[in-house]
Structure formats: C-alpha cells, structure tokens
Design a protein around this ligand. Structure first.
Ligand code: GDP
Ligand code: GDP
Length: 441
C-alpha cells in the first residue's frame, strides 16, 4: 500500500450474512451515489470510516440480491475479484447460524491465493458464550483466525477493527511518500478508456519488479514520461458478457470507486459522439465527492463534425450538466489519432501541482481581508459576519479553515465568494478546494 493513501477495505460475503448491517454500523454517514433501482441497493457502495486515529474507505462489493442459487457463486467470485483488485484489506464475512458452506470455501481459496490481507469475520455471534465454539469450524477455510462479531448487536466490532487497522501501513513512520502522480482513467464502457491508456502508456511503460506480483497492481501501470513517473490506474475487467444491465452498472461503479479512491487525478473520459450522459455525471460525482482533481477528456473528437463553435458549445454543455465542478479541466482528444495526447501529460502535471499546492497563511489572510473590504460580509438580525482568520490545513485537495464569529452567518454564497478570490489569486485549475468554517468567539 502506498504510504500516503487512505486504505481501502472491502467487505465480501454471501447474501444475507450481514454485510450491509456491518457497513451501516461502521459508516458515519451513508453516501448515496445514485437513486435506488429495484434489485440493487446502491446507497451503500462506499463510506468513510474512522477507528481510533485511523481513517479508511469501506467498500461494499455486494449489492445484488441474486434470485437464483447457481448465480451466487459466480457473483461472489466477481465480488472477491473486485475486492482483490481494489482493496488493501478484505473483510470476508460468514454466518455462524448457517455454518460453513461450499461457496465460502471456494471464495476463501480465491482470497488466499491473492495474498491480500484477509480478515475472517464470523457474524451473528449474538451471544459470545453460547456460539463461540461454533466459530471454530471456520478455521477450515484456511484463511486464519475467525473473528466473531454481531453486526446487529454491535458485539466484537471494536476488536475486529483493532485487527483490521493493524494491517494498515504505519503512515507516521518516516517512510518517504510516494511522489508518483496517480491517475485514474474512468468512464463508462466504450468511451475509449483502453485506447487512451494504451496510447498514453505506449513505450513509456516502466517495468518494475516491486510493482509486479499482486493482481491489483495488474491494473496499475507505472509509466515514465519526460523523466517523470506516473501510475495509471485502469478500471480493467469491466466488460463482461451475459450480465443484466443493472448488475454491470453496479460493478462498474464499484470498480470506478476503487480506482478513483486510489488516485490523485481522475481523467473522466466521455464520448464526443454521445455527449455527457447520466452515467458520466454519476462518475464525475464520485470524483468530486472524493476531492480528486479532475480532467474531463472528451474523446473521439476526430469522429464528429466541427465548426468554430463546436468547442464552445461542448464546453458550455459540460459546464451546465456538471455544474458542481466548474474547476474541472476540459480537453478534447482522440485516442485514435493521438490528438492532444502529449498535452494531456502537461495538463496532468499542472493539475497535480495544483492539487497539492500550499499557500502561506500570511498570503491567504491578505487575500481574505481584501475580499472582505470589497464585499461586505452578510448580516442577520443586526449581527454581522466577521471573518477572523484563514489558514490551509491540508492538500489533495487543498483544504482551508476559516475562523468566523458565527457559522450561521457564513452563507454558502459568501464562502463561494472567498473561494473565487483564492482561485483568482492562485488558479488552482483542475482541483476542488475545500473550505471548513469554524467558530471562534
Ligand atoms: P447482506 O446481504 O450480507 O448485506 O446482509 P444484511 O446486512 O442485509 O443482513 C441479512 C439479515 O441478517 C438481516 O435480516 C439482518 O438483520 C440480519 N443480521 C445482520 N447482522 C446480524 C447479527 O449480528 N445477528 C443476527 N442474528 N442477525 C443479523
Ligand atoms: P473502453 O471500453 O472505454 O475501454 O473503450 P475502447 O478503448 O475499447 O474503445 C471503444 C471503441 O471506441 C473502440 O472501437 C475504439 O476503436 C473506439 N475509439 C476509441 N477511441 C476513439 C477515438 O478517439 N476516435 C474514434 N473514432 N474511435 C475511438
């Protein structure tokens, strides 16, 4: 695991073992990506979790309720594969009430071969005295100690989390940070992701033994371009035949979340011929939500008829649909002809710098006082908003804290105004900015 990335934890297990119950117990807030569609519980694909001082992203690979027994195993294999590809640690959940079943053993084999850390979670141990003996059966899975919990009864979860976080790399240790820019190439099927990634990688592919070995890294390709190292993260393995549409989309979203989570910069590839679709917007929403820098690459630019207005019309349309990410860079490319691909590397460099740019507190406060002088802060019932101080507390994305007298008075629009002033001064092209408002009386 790269030291500077938030770990990804995936839950795998048969339907009804209690995955979503655990997910909901751990998730501070549920993040709805998309509206519910019959047959798919989509509102629980990923969540931020903190245990003690460790933060991680939890992904639930499940979500399809299979209607026939014989597809359960194939779905579990798919889930397990996604977990192997994307997660740093896998929670494999079984059900003490049902005992060990054949599908559990098959998935356990798969997980063992992946050499990923796997924690065997035995759920529904509602009474530790009574059912503890039954958990020992699961040693037969050959993936280590069973960890008994009751997801609904909130038992054993703390101990299980202690074990879980012990697998995370020690981010406080003096290890040097991974300086390589991590770029996820995402988009719905057939927009040209593979074509783009192949062109970008071309002869620049770097063969490093450190990277080889695990399945997950098979989709992470290190590249050297102009003497700089990049890692391209692919959402490979999405194309599957014989899948119902909703299922395909579910897995696409899960894989995309995984790829985005592991990246700094997201290249969202859209199809010029089709324009921005609802699916594109969903994926853009994930990147935005995760605070990633974003490049929108309008691909197949060779395939449409153009005049001198086309670029502006396209840009306006994208800005309208993806209005929550005005910072996103838009570029028009052709993976087929190679049009503007060398420039894409330059763009990645600029945006990567912006995403981790730090501004000194002194300069920030100058900008804020000028802004306040230019446009008086709002007031309510005779009380006026006062902005005391601004400071940057983080990068990737750049995150600022503004101290004020009363949070209630700090309207969204005034925060946006300050954000615009900061952007006017420093650009920050391609990256979202986060503003936290704190009260200081
Ligand atoms: P998923 O399909 O794996 O996501 O499973 P769910 O979380 O939907 O849970 C399936 C069923 O098991 C639900 O009826 C839950 O209420 C129940 N369940 C979940 N955790 C526990 C538990 O710790 N003990 C018991 N007895 N039931 C549980
Ligand atoms: P993916 O599913 O997103 O990985 O898409 P692919 O890279 O497999 O491309 C899907 C189809 O679009 C293939 O037939 C490609 O040849 C075609 N394609 C990809 N990029 C371009 C492009 O820039 N221009 C044109 N005209 N076709 C492209």
């Amino acid at each position: 695991m790269s030291k500077n990335k938030k770990p990804i934890v995936a839950i795998v297990g048969r339907p009804n073992v209690g995955k979503s119950t655990l997910f909901n117990a751990l998730a501070k807030q549920r993040i709805a990506i998309v509206k519910d569609t019959p047959g798919i519980t989509r509102d629980r694909i990923y969540a931020d979790v903190t245990w003690l001082d460790k933060a991680f992203t939890l992904i639930d690979t499940g979500g399809i309720e299979p209607d026939s027994r014989d597809i359960i195993l194939s779905q579990m294999r798919e889930q397990a594969q996604i977990a192997i590809d994307t997660a740093d640690v896998i929670l494999f959940m079984v059900d003490v009430k049902q005992g060990m079943v054949d599908a559990d053993a098959k998935v356990a084999d798969m997980l063992r071969r992946s050499h990923k850390p796997v924690i065997l979670v035995v759920n529904k141990v509602d009474n530790f005295d009574k059912y503890m003996a039954d958990t020992y059966e699961f040693y037969n899975l050959g993936i280590g100690d069973p960890h008994p919990i009751s997801a609904s009864g909130r038992l054993g979860i703390g101990d299980m989390l202690d074990v879980l976080v012990s697998y995370f790399g020690d981010s406080e240790s003096g290890d040097e940070e991974d300086e390589r820019t991590r770029v996820a190439i995402v988009g719905k099927p057939n927009v040209g992701k593979s074509s783009l990634i192949n062109k970008l990688i071309g002869e620049n592919r770097l063969i490093v033994s450190e990277i080889a070995g695990t399945t997950r890294d098979a989709v992470d390709t290190p590249v050297v371009y102009n003497g700089k190292e990049y890692i391209f993260i692919d959402t490979a393995g999405l194309r599957r035949k014989n899948k119902i549409k909703e299922e395909l989309e579910h897995y696409m979203i899960v894989r995309t979340v995984g790829a985005i989570e592991r990246s700094d910069i997201v290249i969202l590839v859209i199809d010029a011929v089709e324009g921005v679709t609802e699916q594109d917007a969903k994926i853009a929403g994930i990147a935005h939500d995760r605070g990633k820098a974003v490049i929108i690459a309008v691909n197949k630019w060779d395939a449409i008829e153009k005049n001198n207005k086309t670029v502006n019309q396209y840009t306006a349309k994208i800005r309208e649909i993806l209005s929550y990410m005005p910072y996103a860079e838009i570029t028009f490319i052709s993976a087929l002809t190679g049009q503007r691909l060398p420039k894409l590397y330059d763009l990645i460099d600029v945006i990567s710098e912006n995403h981790s740019m730090r501004i000194s507190t002194g300069v920030l406060n100058e900008i804020m006082s000028e802004a306040v002088a230019l446009q008086q802060p709002p007031s309510d019932k005779g009380k006026r908003l006062r902005l005391y101080y601004i400071t940057q507390v983080g990068v990737k994305p750049p995150t600022f804290v503004i101290f004020v007298n009363d949070k209630e008075l700090m309207h969204f629009s005034y925060t946006r105004y300050i954000e615009n002033k900061v952007r006017e001064a420093f650009g920050f092209r391609g990256t979202p900015l986060k503003f936290l408002i704190r009260e200081r009386r």
